[in-house]
Design a protein around this ligand. Structure first.
Ligand code: AOF
Ligand code: ZN
Length: 334
């Protein structure tokens, strides 16, 4: 690993401190290096607050060193007045001579203009260090700007014989396909996403809370498809633990393809990622409309013999792991 890569790697590490708070803004990390030593670090503040570069620059004790330093940042420094002033201007004002960037910011407000500004003022700018890692790190933000929809993760658990749920089920007794460790992992995943979505049948059958209670962090915004507009507000999904968006026939046309309408609605609500946790019909809708980015499928050891079939799809298998007696398969879209 080169020195540049080592420092960008550190930027990626500290960027994650912004998890759950910066969205829909990207969680950026920045470090300032003088004489082969990190002299300051910063990450993006909660939405609307100072950017990573601002925090890193302010954290330098001896500000005179800035004129002899290099700033490393996962994402191109911004060039526009949004909720905060442009980071590229701040870098120029402090005469920081070297800027090393992971990847370009695809927000049309920025999109290369930050780099152009820095270069025009005489900064030495290097772009594309650990670019793939930085793009992956910022993929929710990029999907939001480039595809005008949230990053979409499909998640379900199926039995060894391919069922997602039994046909009929006793409301009082939850039926678990996966073990407690897999379930905790799902709560960890939830904390990473801005929203979580389920269909009406899942609410009625499982009465899920869709929170991160077995982990920590922010509860995602709950989104429920209520095609009949009849869901009782007694369901746990409407409790005070998190915000809930109810999608009814007043918000979308259930006779037309619905996944694209939902994706657009969430985009308009500034939501840059969503995890879809069922049921089979809702998941299948997103698969059939080809509107997903990742699928995370647990396969348990139990068999139901009959029941509601798991979604049918094809994807690129990225990894297969075991969590005690469960198998977890991660797919990316073909
Ligand atoms: C950076 N560093 O840490 C972040 C950046 O409304 P504002 O002022 O907060 O600007 C938001 C936009 O700035 C956001 O859409 C993205 O393009 C960029 N985010 N830029 O230089 C940061 N979070
Ligand atoms: Zn900025």
């Amino acid at each position: 690993m080169t020195a540049h890569e080592t420092y960008i790697k550190r930027c990626l590490q500290i960027a994650k401190n912004g998890l759950g708070t910066t969205r829909p803004n990207p969680m950026v990390g920045a470090v300032i290096v003088y004489n082969n030593q990190i002299i300051a670090e910063g990450f993006t503040n909660p939405y609307g607050g100072p950017h990573a570069e601002v925090n890193a620059i302010n954290a330098v004790k001896d500000q005179s060193l800035l004129a002899k330093s290099t700033i490393y940042v996962t994402l191109e420094p911004c060039s526009h007045f949004g909720k905060t002033p442009p980071c590229s201007d701040l870098i120029i004002r402090h005469n920081i001579p070297n800027v090393v960037i992971g990847c370009i910011d695809d927000n049309p407000e920025v999109a290369g203009k930050g780099i152009a500004k820095l270069r025009a003022s005489g900064c030495n700018v290097i772009v594309g260090v650990l670019e793939a890692e930085c793009k992956t790190h910022h993929q929710r933000f990029f999907t939001f700007h480039n595809k005008k929809r949230p990053y979409i993760i499909l998640k379900w658990a199926e039995t060894a014989d391919g069922f997602i749920a039994p046909l009929k089920k006793d409301k009082q007794k939850p039926v678990w396909i996966t073990n407690q460790y897999s379930r905790q992992l799902v709560h960890k995943w939830r904390a990473k996403e801005q929203a979580i979505l389920v269909g009406t049948n899942t609410v009625i059958a499982d009465n899920p809370s869709l929170t991160v209670r077995d982990w920590s962090g922010e509860n995602p915004i709950r989104v429920v498809l209520d095609s009949t507009s009849k869901l009782d507000t007694d369901y746990a999904i409407f409790n005070e633990d998190a915000k809930t968006i109810r999608i009814t026939s007043e918000t979308i046309d259930f006779k037309k393809p619905i996944a694209i309408q939902i994706a657009t609605l969430l985009y308009n609500d500034n939501i840059n990622s969503v995890i879809i946790e069922g049921g089979s019909q809702t998941l299948q809708t997103f698969i059939d409309e080809n509107l997903w980015d990742e699928a995370r499928v647990f396969i348990g050891k139990t068999e139901f013999k009959s029941g509601i079939k798991a979604p049918q799809f094809s994807g690129n298998l990225i990894s297969e792991t075991t969590i005690k007696n469960d198998t977890l398969k991660l797919y990316a879209k073909n």
